[in-house]
Design a protein around this ligand. Sequence first.
Ligand code: ZN
Length: 179
Amino acid sequence: MAVKKVLRLGNPLLRQKSLAIDESEVKTKDFKKLIKDMFETMRFENGIGLAAPQIGILKRIVIVGIEEENPRYPDAPKIEEHILINPIITPLSEPEGGYWEGCLSVPGMRGFVERPKKIKLEYYDEKWNYYNKMIEGFPAVVYQHECDHLEGVLYVDRLKSPKLFGYTDEFDIKEKSLD
Ligand code: ZN
């Protein structure tokens, strides 16, 4: 296992579209090592999600997990650690409300983004079980943010206003919904 370097805004790999995984790939040693590295990196950085392209691997893999008391998102609800392969998101509501999002690829900063609060989330896990779930609230934001990375999209592309973006310590923003 290894903590990998997280690519930062400006790195062209963050702007690429990632490739789908096929079933045979999830059984390989390389795949298992990649997943371990991703979890190691996410925990080291106190992230609540990480997409493979953030460590320079252009594959459609996302991991999420919120332990209680994450220092970067102290008020976030707990999300069990899990792996999403080839995730597909279908919005089930219009964008509304919003959150001050952060990203390990844009360290030290936050920006206010509105997204649909309710989504359909389809994905495969590492054992190639298929899931189709309805997700609401903050977890829906996390999944949409992470899946955007697979399309080369960052939250800074979706700011509600360029004025609602800056250094976390200047804004004195805690994880807070403004709705
Ligand atoms: Zn991100």
